[in-house]
Design a protein around this ligand. Sequence first.
Ligand SMILES: C=C(O[C@@H]1C=C(C(=O)O)C=C[C@H]1O)C(=O)O
Ligand SMILES: NC(=O)CC[C@H](N)C(=O)O
Length: 901
Amino acid sequence: MSGNKKKHKILFLDAYDSFSNNITSLLTTLLHNVDVYVLSIDSPLLDPTSPDFHNRFRRELAQYTAVVCGPGPGSPDNEADVGLMNYVWQLTAGSGLLPVLGICLGFQSLVKYGGGEVKRLKRGLHGMVREVLHCSDSDCGYGNGDGNIFHDVKPFKATLYHSLCGDIGQHEVSEADWKEDRGGAKWKAIQGKCPELLPLAWVEEERENGEVERILMGVLHLRKPFWGLQYHPESVCTEQEGNKVIENWFKEALRWNEEQGRMVVEVAEGERLAHQATKPSLLSRLQVPVGDDEQTTSSTATTGETNKIWWERIGRRPEYRSVAVRLPHGVQVSDVVEELGLDGSDKVVVLESANAAATASARADVRGRYSIIAAELDEALRLEYHTGNEYATLKLQSVNGLQVDLSERVFLASYGGIWGLVASFQETRSLGSGVELPDLPFLGGFVGFITYEQGLSDIDIHLENRQHHRPDVCLVWVTKSVIIDHTLGLVHIQELYSSDTDVDDDAWMRSIADRLVSTSPHHQHQLFNDLPSPAKRAKTRRPSTSTSIQTPLTKEYEAKVKACQEFIAAGDSYELCLTDQTKITRPLSDAIPSTTSQEHKASQQRPTSPTFNRKQQQRRRSSSSLVPTTTSTPVPSSWHLYKTLRSRQPAPFASYLRLGGVTLVSASPERFLTYDRRGRCSMRPMKGTVRKSESVSTLEQAEKILHVPKEEAENLMIVDLVRHDLHSICGAGNVEVSDLLKVEEYQSVFQMITVVEGQLPSPSSSHQDGNNRKKYTGLDVLAASLPPGSMTGAPKKRSCELLQQIEQHRERSLYSGVVGYMCVTGRGDWSVTIRSLFRWDDERVTVQGQGEQDGQQSEEEHEVWHIGAGGAVTILSTPEGEREEMFTKLAGPLRVFADLG
Ligand SMILES: C=C(O[C@@H]1C=C(C(=O)O)C=C[C@H]1O)C(=O)O
Ligand SMILES: NC(=O)CC[C@H](N)C(=O)O
C-alpha cells in the first residue's frame, strides 16, 4: 500500500464507450506512475439531483491529480450522454478546479462548454486514420509549460471515431487567413464565438465536392486547466508519436497543480467512489465457499451420503484417463459420430474442424486441427439458465444407465450471478497442477452454447417481454469424449473420473476404441442414399409438407440499413452490425422428446453402458435420422442438414448441437475467444467479407478489395473494441494486436480478420495468500466480452440498444451468441454462432394441407428453423451492398434445405 501512496491517481469518466479500457491502459502504461480509477458518467453514487451532490463530487475529485472525460455515443447536446462531464467543466478555482483532458465526446463536451457548437460532420469518420496537423509553439504562441500539449511532437497519424465535430467558427475564417502559415488564424482563438478556446490541432478533410472540412482536433482552454482531443490517442492505429501528447498533457497537469499549490487528498481505498479499471474476478464475487474443504450451506435435498447436495458432488477432484487409436483411413468426424450412434441422439455436441482437410494457403491457414465429440450426454450434468431468472437449473437424466431425472434450482444471488456459479463449479473441478496431461485442447469440462440475449444482459441491457423459458446458457459437464487429431490422424477416447466414486474400469474407452478401429468411411454420396431423390420427393409429397422459406424483404432490409446510418450520423454509433432472420418451416424431422416422460421412456430403452449393442444402435440410427412424421415422406434429419452444410461449407468452427431443447447446425468460420492453460487469451474478430466469384477467386484479388479504407475501418473498430473487452480483465499493458487486418480464404468467401491477444493476471500472486478468489480464468474474459463485438458494432452497449430497436426486438437467440468449451485444465475455445441454422423443439407451427388420398383439409405440425445473417453497417455502406452481403451469408446455410428438399 505504501508504494501506492506515491502514485498519481487519474479519474476516468466513462461515457459507455467501447474503447474506454484502452484509454485507461494507455494512461497507466505511458505515464508509469499512475493508477486510473473509473466512474461512469451516470454513477448512481453521484446523483446530481441529490442535495449533497456538489460536496460529494468535490470530495471525490480532490483525490485525483487529474480527470479524463472519455469518448462515447451520443452528443454533448444531450445531457444524459455526458452526465458528470458537465459538472467538471463548471468547476471554479474555489470549487475544486483540477486539470482535465477530454477525449472525443469529452472533447466535444468541452467545446460546448467553451461556447462552441457541436455539429454533424459532412460525413462521419469512423476507424479512419488521418494526419493530425498540430500547432508548433511559435504558431500559437504557447509552448512548453504554457499549455501547448503538442509541444515538440512530430507529425503523426491518428484514428478518428466520430460523427460530430466541434464548431468554434472555423468555417467563417477566410481561406487566406486560414492558410497563413506562421501564426495563422487556425491557431488563434476565434474571437466573438469561443474566445477561451485555443485550437491546437486540426484535420483537413477533403470532401467529394472538393470542399475542405476543417475538423477541430485539439483545444486548450485559456482560463482553466482543460484540454481536449477529438482523435483517439488509444487506438491501435494511432501512431506512437501521438503518445507524446498524452505525456505532455500530464506534465502540464502536474505543473498546474504545483503552480496552484493544489494538494491531492489521500483517502482510504474504501472511501473512493470510483473503481479500478479492471473487473474483479468472478470468484471474488462469491459469497459461498469455494474449494473442497468448506462445508456447503445448502439446505436442499441431499443424497444422504454427505451434506453436499447431489450436483455438488458430481465431478469433484477429477482424474483423467485416455486411449488413443489411429483414425482409419478416410474416416471422417461424421462417420465417428454415426459409429457412436450419436447422429440420431437428442443430446449431442460435435465441435468439428470441418475444414481440417482443406489445403492450407501459406498466408491464410485457417484449418482447425481437432474435432471434439461429447459422448454419453444422458449421463452428464447439465446447467441451464434462462436470462433474467434468479436461479439456474441443474439437471441429470441418468446414472449408470438408470433413469434418475434429477433437477434442482440453484439461486444465483450468493454466486454473484450465473457466471459466478459456473466459475465456482469449475474451480473445484479443475485438473492440472502436478499431473502430466496430454496436450489436447479438451480433456473434459463444460461444453455448450450461450445466446446473444445472455450477452445483452451481461452488458446490462434489459430484455423485454420474453415469450419463452428456453435456456440462454446451456452447458453440459462432459466427462466422456472423443477427440480427433486431424494432423496426426489419431482418435483420443478419454474420460474424467473420480477414483472415490467411479469404478476403476476403462471398459467404456476400450469398447469405443474397438468400435472406432473397425469403422469404415461412409462415402460422401451415401449422404443422400437413404433419402428419396428430390424429384421423387417432389412427386410424392403432399403440398403441405413442402418446406416454406421466408427470407427478409429486400426493401425492408435496405430501409434498416438507412436507419442504422441515421443513428451513425447522429453520433450514436460508429458501426452497427445489422442482422435479419430467415425462417424455414418444414415437417417435423428429428425425434423430439416433447415431454419428460417421453424422454424418460426413450432413454430407458437405450442402453448407456459400455455394453451398448451395435445392432441396436444401427437400428436407432436409421430410425431417428429419418423420422417418419405424420406425412408419408421422410424428412431429412438435422444430422443430414449438418452433414450437407459441413461438406458444402467446411469451416474451422463447425458444430452440431442438440442440447437444452435446441438443435444447432453451424458452419462458423469465426473464433470468438480462446485461452490456454497459462491464461493466454486470443480473440479473432472478423470484419470485411467478400464473396468468391469468377472475378474474385484468389487471395490477392480479395486483398485488393478488402484492403480499402471502408473495410479496414470496419475491422479496426471491432479490433479496438475487442482490445477494450480484453483489457477489462487482463489489465493495463497486457493486450496486444498480433496480426492486423489479415485476409483469409474460406470455401465461399474471403474474410478479413485480426488477432488480439491478452494475458490473464498471474494467479500466483493471489495464491500466495491462499486466496484463490482473486484468480482469473478464461471464463472471466468470456463473461466480460459477450456479446461478441463483431456482431454488435461499437460502442457496444448503445449499438445493441439501437439494434434491438431496428431489428424490432426480435431475439437473435443462438445466432450471434457463442458455442464452445472450457476444459478442466483451464483451456477454452468459443466460436461466434454465424453461418448456421437452429430450431427450438418447442417452436411449432400448424400448417393446413390436403390429404393425399381424399383431398380433405388436414392440419400438420411443422418445425421452424432460423438462419440469421447480416453485416456491419458503417457510414460508408450502401443499402444495396449491405443487402447483398446479408444474402451472401444467408445463401450457404439456406442452400441445405434446397439440396435436401
Ligand atoms: C453478421 C455476420 O457476420 C459477421 C459480420 C461480418 C462482416 O460484417 O463482414 C463478418 C463476420 C461476422 O462477424 C453473419 O455471418 O451473419
Ligand atoms: N468517439 C466518440 O466519443 C464520438 C463522440 C460522438 N458520439 C460522435 O460520434 O462524434
